[in-house]
Design a protein around this ligand. Structure first.
Ligand SMILES: Nc1ncnc2c1ncn2[C@@H]1O[C@H](COP(=O)(O)OP(=O)(O)OP(=O)(O)O)[C@@H](O)[C@H]1O
Ligand SMILES: [Mg+2]
Length: 239
């Protein structure tokens, strides 16, 4: 997405900068009028609610005491829909994304109340193996800190390949090494990475911040999740 497109989406979402500065809670959960193109593999699926969050409250408990970070948050995301979460720094946007994927460490986080439903599944009640199925091809998150997603001791290629294997296993697709490589290079090209073949051979510390970020984004989108949570990823458009 280009900066202009991102600005367009935020404008359409009606982001109100003044309100944003007035509170330390999440200010707005807004929906774009514009629908995202429904992915090819979902063409025959009718529009339905993918994610529903109801009255979610989360506290962090530290030596300084208990702090309510998410206070009764409710929203839903339908298939093919953009939903923007707006709030000042520290208002709980990342916490909300992590809570939806059940990635919050407890302690210090405590889910005080609320329900999270993804498709027909109650996320809070899923066993670890069902949770692993839902993450990846179900819902996935591009983290604000892209380094969190990368393992420093593996080359970029094996990290993206691991993500691709998740989707291939889930969909029972068998691909040759050549086919997988082609797919990885196509995704990196889409993300405007120069010389993707060379980049695939590098370890994270050999890449620039922007390159690492693109690798992390590639790992998420190559799994073709039904719902993608973007925590401030910033990739510029190709020039
Ligand atoms: N592991 C943690 N332990 C204790 N407090 C935490 C922890 N993680 C986050 N917090 C607190 O929760 C609040 C919300 O943090 P969060 O990272 O969700 O904000 P954010 O809206 O994503 O901010 P930003 O826009 O700066 O990324 C902050 O006050 C933060 O200090
Ligand atoms: Mg954040």
């Amino acid at each position: 997405m280009t900066d202009t497109q991102r600005f367009d989406v935020l404008s359409k979402l009606g982001v109100n900068k003044k309100r944003k500065m007035l509170t330390s809670e999440i200010t707005q959960i807004a929906k774009s009028e514009e629908q995202v193109a429904v992915p090819l593999n979902a063409r025959n699926v009718s529009k339905e609610t993918l994610l529903e969050v109801v009255n979610l409250s989360v506290d962090f408990v530290t030596i300084d005491g208990r702090t309510r970070v998410l206070n009764d948050v409710s929203f839903h995301v339908d298939q093919g829909e953009f939903v923007g979460i707006v709030g000042e720094s520290g208002s709980g946007k990342t916490t909300l994304g992590l809570a939806v994927l059940r990635l919050l460490d407890s302690p210090p986080a405590h889910v005080v109340s609320g329900k999270i439903r993804f498709e027909d599944k109650e996320v809070m009640k899923l066993t670890n193996s069902h949770l692993a199925e839902v993450r990846g091809t179900g819902m996935n998150m591009i983290f604000q800190e892209s380094l969190i997603s990368l393992n420093p001791v593996y080359r970029a290629e094996s990290q993206i390949k691991e993500s691709l294997d998740v989707v291939n296993n889930a969909r029972k697709i068998l691909e040759t090494d050549g086919e997988r490589r082609k797919k990885m290079i196509r995704v990196l090209n889409d993300l405007c990475l120069d010389q993707p073949e060379l980049v695939l051979k590098k370890y994270p510390h050999e890449l620039s911040g922007g390159m690492r970020q693109r690798i992390a984004i590639a790992m998420s989108i190559i799994e073709e999740p039904k719902l993608l949570i973007l925590d401030e990823p910033v990739v510029r458009d190709c020039v």
